[in-house]
Design a protein around this ligand. Structure first.
Ligand SMILES: Nc1nc2c(ncn2[C@@H]2O[C@H](COP(=O)(O)OP(=O)(O)OP(=O)(O)O)[C@@H](O)[C@H]2O)c(=O)[nH]1
Length: 620
């Protein structure tokens, strides 16, 4: 049993309403419009369309309307093809082609070209498919008419399918599917889905094949395309038969048979009968099988399809063998002798040789049976090799398709990943920038804090001058240098005079301002070699390399004058304040730390206070 394929569903154009033919047509154009209308109207079965086109052809010829004749003849040709009536279709094709070529009728030649592939293939001719369909592809690319695009890709897809170019066929049919979907051409959709399902059945993808078939069946029912419905029902029956689900197969095939009978579609009836006979053989219902095969054989003989005819005969031979009618079986088998001699189909040769051997064996003619079985083995080996090659091809196609799909999916994923990576990179960059900014900011803050703490640790918070710790550290450094070298070193202590009374009189804030003023003056007077700092409340220590009394006196005077001239930043009142200073020299060998020197300076300060303040007392 085989799926009803291309021969059954040759054309998408050949659809028509089996309406009554109008009595008259006002002009040739009116007739052409009527024929074109048939192409796009609801489909009917090829038989009805052929009947109608015969009348249209007569009408056109009577009126000598050449163009209208060509349109009607093409419609008839397409339906003959669809009916699998190849011999008649071919004759009509030649006739139309010559006439269209003579008048250079491009449209008619195009309609023929779309169907030419199918015709030539059905005739078993060696066809240069590329040469035939490349111009069609060019035409499809140039036009934006979805109906033309559908027709072309459908025709190409079918022919690729016939040549077992499954992957290419799927691609072409999917193009046809897209363009028919764009204009909701339901009739075309049903046909395309039917062919796609056939391909998937052939590729061994039973579930997908069933899905497409069921979709196609639903559409055919919806648009009341009884002919397509019968074909799809037949296909479903065949698919379930191949899957050894005989019960479901029989149901579908009986439905197909009933519909084909209703449509007077003899070929459809014969196909369904032959397939039901196959099931009857499986069910060991030999008589029923015999009857069905015999009916089918008659039709196949008429339509001139020797393969189908042979199939129906072999079926009968098998049934006769099972019934024990060996002589009848053998003479029936003999009727296929010429066909077997000419056919290149290994499958038919094997069927013939095998059943021949079986009959001889049943007749106990073991010699003949043995010889024939040896032939069968050789044929089977050949077929096995061919099928293996075909299987490899099929698996390769499946693999290639899956590979392409996974490559596409991979590409998509890669793109996704790349954009995600880009996003992540951007995000990371942003995070880095934020991180770096935060780190730098943090470091800056840390540094600032450290500086601040350092400052706070070594500076007096009120006057912003070096504090006691800072000036003592400096004093110690200078002392060590002086101890190891010959650098002179002196320490001086300065103290604001009567500061308590100022605080008492003007308040602490004013006192603070005076302290700041004094610090500013020190800052202005002491140079880089000298260091001063707030040693206590209103006491200041300074370190200098000077041990010259006049120089120290000059320093004191300078500071006094600076202090007097320095104005307070904020205090509204300027108060006359003096200070006293006591200075002691470092005496090498005698002083072992800074404490003695500071103590002596403090003593000198005390002396200065004693002597009336606002003065300097230096070591002698
Ligand atoms: N406004 C202000 N006063 C301070 C600060 N530190 C210490 N003093 C004050 O300085 C005064 C020091 O007074 P005393 O030690 O009695 O000496 P004096 O009044 O300066 O008298 P002589 O040193 O003898 O001239 C005290 O009243 C302290 O309160 C300060 O940071 N701000």
């Amino acid at each position: 049993m085989q799926i009803a394929c291309c021969a059954y569903v040759a054309s998408l154009i050949a659809v028509a309403k089996a309406d009554e033919l109008p009595a008259t047509f006002s002009s040739e154009n009116a007739l052409i419009s009527y024929i074109d209308e048939l192409n796009t109207s609801h489909p009917s079965d090829p038989n009805s369309v052929i009947e109608l086109t015969n009348q249209l052809i007569d009408y056109a010829l009577k009126n000598e309307w050449q163009e209208a004749y060509l349109h009607a003849a093409v419609l008839k040709f397409e339906n003959l093809l669809e009916q699998d009536n190849i011999a008649q279709a071919n004759m009509l094709y030649q006739n139309i082609y010559q006439k269209a070529k003579a008048v250079n009728n491009d449209h008619i030649l195009y309609l023929l070209a779309v169907n030419e592939l199918d015709l030539r293939f059905s005739l078993g001719e060696d066809v240069d498919f590329d040469a035939l369909y490349l111009p069609l592809i060019e035409r499809a690319k140039k036009t934006d008419n979805p109906y033309v695009i559908t027709n072309i890709y459908f025709a190409i897809g079918l022919n690729q399918y016939e040549r077992d170019l499954f992957a290419d066929a799927i691609q072409s049919l999917e193009k046809a599917y897209q363009s028919s979907k764009s204009v909701d051409d339901t009739f075309a959709l049903s046909q395309i889905l039917t062919q796609l399902s056939n391909i998937y059945f052939d590729l061994g993808d039973f579930p997908l094949g069933i899905r497409y078939s069921e979709e196609a069946l639903a559409i055919a029912k919806q648009i009341r395309d009884l002919f397509s419905e019968s074909v799809i029902l037949y296909n479903l029956g065949s698919a379930y038969f191949s899957h050894k689900n005989y019960e479901t197969a029989e149901n579908y095939l009986n439905e197909a048979l009933a519909l084909s009978k209703k449509l007077n579609d003899d070929i459809g009836v014969a196909w369904a009968q032959a397939s039901l006979a196959d099931i009857a053989l499986e069910n060991k219902d030999w008589m029923y099988a015999l009857d069905l095969y015999a009916q089918a054989e008659q039709v196949f003989a008429m339509t001139g399809d020797p393969e189908l005819e042979f199939g129906a005969i072999i079926g009968q031979v098998r049934a006769k063998l099972e019934l024990g009618a060996y002589a009848e079986a053998l003479s029936k088998l003999d009727t296929t002798y010429d066909f077997i001699k000419n056919t290149k189909r290994l499958r038919s040769q094997i069927d013939y040789t095998k059943i021949y051997a079986q009959i001889r064996y049943a007749q106990q003619d073991y010699k003949h049976a043995y010889d024939k079985l040896e032939e069968v083995i050789t044929l089977l080996e050949q077929r096995y090799e061919n099928e293996q090659a075909q299987d490899i091809q099929k698996y390769k196609i499946k693999f290639d398709t899956q590979l392409k799909e996974s490559q596409n999916a991979l590409l998509l994923k890669e793109n996704e990943i790349q954009s995600l990576q880009l996003e992540t990179q951007e995000r990371q960059q942003k995070l880095w920038i934020i991180f770096v900014c935060l780190t730098l900011g943090f470091m800056f803050i840390q540094m600032w804090h450290r500086q601040r703490f350092k400052r706070m640790a070594l500076h007096d918070y009120l006057t912003n001058s070096p504090n006691r710790r800072a000036v003592l550290a400096y004093a110690n450094d200078c002392y060590r240098q002086a101890e190891h070298g010959n650098t002179p070193l002196s320490f001086g202590i300065m103290d604001l005079d009567n500061f308590k009374s100022i605080n008492d009189k003007y308040g602490h804030e004013v006192g603070d301002q005076i302290l700041k003023r004094f610090s500013k003056a020190c800052q202005a007077v002491f140079n880089s070699k000298e260091q001063y700092g707030r040693y206590g409340g209103e006491e200041w220590l300074f370190v200098t390399n000077e041990q010259n009394k006049e120089a120290i006196q000059a320093l004191f005077e300078k500071l006094r004058s600076e202090f007097n001239s320095t104005k307070s930043d904020t205090s509204p009142i300027e108060i006359e304040v003096t200070f006293s200073m006591g200075v002691a020299y470092y005496k090498k060998g005698k002083d072992h730390d800074i404490n003695g020197i500071i103590a002596r300076a403090d003593s000198n300060l005390y002396l200065a206070k004693q002597q009336g303040r606002d003065r300097l007392v230096v070591d002698e």
